[in-house]
Design a protein around this ligand. Structure first.
Ligand code: MN
Length: 323
């Protein structure tokens, strides 16, 4: 039997979700299961590859819903899990008991663990560490910005490699490892530790780049990385540099898209008053109440800057959240 899992790409929670689900599924099946995992990325237009949902069993985890009749299992926790009202209606009308959505869950991994525990009595004690870290990472519940910037814990090193690496072999290999090995052992493997050396060097250099291009206005840190050659930066650097910031708005660019990333400072003394997924949805993006993003084609940097400025003004002190 062939199981294909589509998961949120370059994301610790997406990969951990695929690891957890594949572990449960293969333990439950009596015969051999060939597990194939495929990363999928948010973006403008159709997001599922045309040849998706062709396996014997098809699953989507930590990623948006598809009304395809060939989708067998679905778990997601994104507030923007349904691209259209018709998708939402198709989900509501599905009573097969294999599609699950909880926008309040801190991570999709934790959500899958809860559902499989409650429904099937499945509790894998050796994967508790993975589930706990997915909750910490995906909900940005780090005890400090410094921890999220120093990247010393094995889970945070794995997170960094998954977010940055463009090696197509990495995510399937990592998912297989996450489904059965402790995080410290995985992080010490040469195929993880070696590619991380230049990535961590770049990360520590990127702190300087962010410092140079960041400014804080009205409690919002605005960073424009589009001309720096830096495709992305750890989102907590800004909060480590500006502990009093409430929000960040970052413009970045890679060969495939221009992106506006919006975040709220989890350590802010002043509570968050805006729903970031709602703001991003107005520009065709999405995410969670605490963090979200808008993607545009790579040549629309000027539009991205304009969108970033509009979001910046909306988030600044003294401006009221829009209804
Ligand atoms: Mn997630």
């Amino acid at each position: 039997m062939r199981l294909e899992i589509l998961h949120h790409a370059n994301c610790f929670d997406g990969c951990a979700s695929a690891a957890l689900f594949s572990r449960w599924f293969t333990e439950r099946e009596s015969g051999p299961v060939e597990v194939v995992t495929r990363p999928v990325q948010h973006g403008p237009g159709p997001v599922f590859p045309p040849d998706a949902f062709q396996a014997d069993v098809n699953a989507v985890v930590d990623f948006r819903y598809s009304p395809s009749p060939r989708l067998d299992w679905w778990f997601d926790h994104h507030a923007s899990g349904f691209p259209t009202p018709a998708d939402r209606a198709a989900f509501e009308a599905d009573h097969g008991g294999q599609k699950f959505w909880d926008p309040g869950a801190p991570s999709c991994t934790g959500f899958i663990a809860r559902v499989l525990g409650e429904r099937y009595g499945w509790r894998p004690p050796e994967l508790e560490e993975l589930i706990r870290w997915a909750d910490v990472i995906d909900a940005a519940r780090f005890p400090s910005a410094a921890m999220a910037v120093r990247l010393e814990e094995p889970a945070l090193r794995i997170m960094t490699l998954l977010e940055v690496s463009r090696d197509p072999a990495l995510q399937p290999r990592m998912i297989a490892a996450l489904s059965r090995e402790p995080l410290a052992r995985i992080a010490a493997e040469p195929w993880v530790a070696e590619p991380l050396v230049p990535i961590l060097e770049r990360h520590f250099r990127s702190i300087d780049t962010v410092r140079k291009h960041a400014r804080m206005e009205g409690g919002v840190v605005h960073v424009d990385l589009s001309e720096t050659g830096l495709e992305a930066a750890n989102k907590f650097i800004a909060y480590d540099l500006f502990p009093r910031a409430r929000y960040t708005v970052v413009v970045s660019r890679d060969p495939k898209r221009t992106k506006i990333s919006v975040g709220s400072n989890p350590w802010s003394a002043v509570p968050r008053t805006h729903d970031i997924s709602k703001i991003c949805e107005r520009y065709g993006g999405g995410g969670h109440p605490v963090v979200g993003a808008v993607s545009l084609p790579p040549d629309r940097v000027d539009d991205a800057r304009r969108v970033a400025l509009e979001i910046l003004r909306e988030l600044q002190d003294g401006s009221e959240p829009r209804p």
